[in-house]
Design a protein around this ligand. Structure first.
Ligand SMILES: Cc1ncc(COP(=O)(O)O)c(C=O)c1O
Length: 414
């Protein structure tokens, strides 16, 4: 595919989308409903390899969503897939867990600085929910303090939509503004003697808005307030864990949570989420009842062990940093050459790219559509991800294709 869209067609995708309208409520549901993106973004994909994917019409994309973050090492990482295949041939879902569960928990307990114990589940929402339940069980209190606009999953207590949720399910929550220390203090004050937990994201990675790394003051204040009140500091590391260090992301800024929810990247696409906690919250974690039919399945444990080893031995974190830096710099230069100004925020491994003077994301929607037509999958308002399989030549090829998208944008928006 060149940087001019010649063969791009979404014929099969369109047919499938039409069928999906009756097969599912509202077409495809949840965050992967492509209806919120441009018509040039396909809904259905057929194949993936490394940092690339192919839609059902055979169009190839250099993929900067990386499956919304589950693809960290690249699709079909040989060692991860081999470990999963080997375990699949032995056993996956059994009447009780295999010893791999223990080996993996010990791995997390060794690698994650605050972790004295570990629990496993399947989705990020399971993990954030376990953290909140554990904090409540341990403290005997109800109120959780969380940042306005932060996403913690799709259970009734945290889903962003109001429909289908009772007031009671959203009760006992007070919000603060990320990085605003005064608002955090006020929320904690308001919770009074009922504060069970403060929940923080490793950095502000909300949709539509510039991303913000936490200030030192904000992170340390959150830790100090929880210590003063005997509440849990919960880090929702579902999106970020293992992209910055093989531990919880706030280890990079020297602040340890009591409880941490991880998922997305910890098993390179195999379904697994993880809760790590310290001894102060061990009793509470033991008192709640949480489980799932698939939570003890061994293939994901095998994949996770291989993923963690590969992240460490293959320098995956440095690779993502290099790829992300090259992409950021290349986008900046290209945008400048066409007279556009970008706002690129967040860490380079998880970039959010917005245009200045584009309050309704019109330029960005157009730009991302043109990029898709040229074989680069970009997102106009969600943070993106690079993976360790994005090599320098992939980024350079992506930038060449993106050059055509800027050129089309220039013609459209001057
Ligand atoms: C920060 C954060 N927390 C929680 C979740 C929920 O994870 P899951 O969709 O696996 O339930 C997500 C998912 O995107 C997330 O980004």
């Amino acid at each position: 595919m060149s940087n001019t869209p010649t063969t791009y067609s979404l014929k099969i995708d369109l047919e499938l989308r039409q069928r999906a309208q009756s097969a599912f409520p509202n077409g495809v549901y949840g965050h992967m409903n492509a209806a919120s993106l441009s018509p040039a973004h396909p809904q259905f994909f057929a194949r993936a390899e490394g940092g690339r994917l192919w839609d059902v019409d055979g169009n190839e994309y250099i993929d900067f969503m990386c499956s919304y973050g589950t693809n960290l090492l690249g699709h079909h990482h040989p060692k991860v897939d081999e470990a999963a295949r080997r375990q699949q041939a032995i056993a996956d879902c059994t009447t009780g867990p295999s010893a791999l569960m223990l080996e993996l928990a010990e791995t997390f307990n060794n690698k994650v600085a605050h972790a004295d114990w570990t629990m496993f589940a399947k989705n990020g929402t399971d993990a954030t929910t376990i953290c909140v339940m554990t904090a409540r069980a341990q403290t005997g209190r109800n109120t959780v303090v969380l940042a306005t606009g932060a996403y913690h999953g799709a259970n009734p207590w945290c889903t962003p939509a109001a429909k289908g949720v009772t007031e009671g399910e959203k009760a006992n929550q007070i919000t603060y503004t990320y990085n605003d220390v005064e608002s955090l203090k006020q929320a904690v004050e308001q919770a009074g003697d009922d504060l069970a937990a403060v929940i923080v994201s490793p950095f502000k990675h909300d949709v539509f808005e510039d991303q913000e790394w936490p200030t030192d003051n904000f992170a340390k204040t959150a830790r100090a307030l929880c210590d003063q009140k005997g509440a849990a500091l919960i880090l929702d590391d579902v999106r970020c864990a293992f992209r910055f260090t093989t531990g919880s992301t706030w280890e990079t800024i020297g602040v340890l949570p009591d409880l941490c929810a991880m998922s997305k990247s910890v098993a390179n696409g195999y379904s697994l989420s993880v809760v790590t906690g310290n001894d102060k919250f061990r009793t509470g974690a033991g008192e709640i009842y949480v489980t799932g039919s698939f939570w003890f399945a061994s293939v994901s444990f095998a994949a996770s062990l291989a993923t963690i080893e590969a992240i460490e031995t293959e320098g995956a974190i440095d690779k993502m940093h290099s790829a992300g830096s090259l992409l950021r710099q290349g986008l900046e230069e290209l945008a400048g050459s066409y007279g556009f100004h970008l706002r690129q925020t967040g860490p380079v491994q998880m970039p959010l790219v917005l245009f200045e003077d584009d309050p309704m994301w019109e330029k960005n929607n157009f730009f991302c559509a043109e990029a898709a037509r040229r074989g680069v999958y970009l997102h106009p308002w969600h943070n993106m991800f690079v993976c360790a399989a994005h090599e320098e030549r992939d980024i350079r090829e992506a930038l060449e294709r993106i050059d055509g998208a800027f050129s089309a944008l220039k013609k459209q928006f001057g």
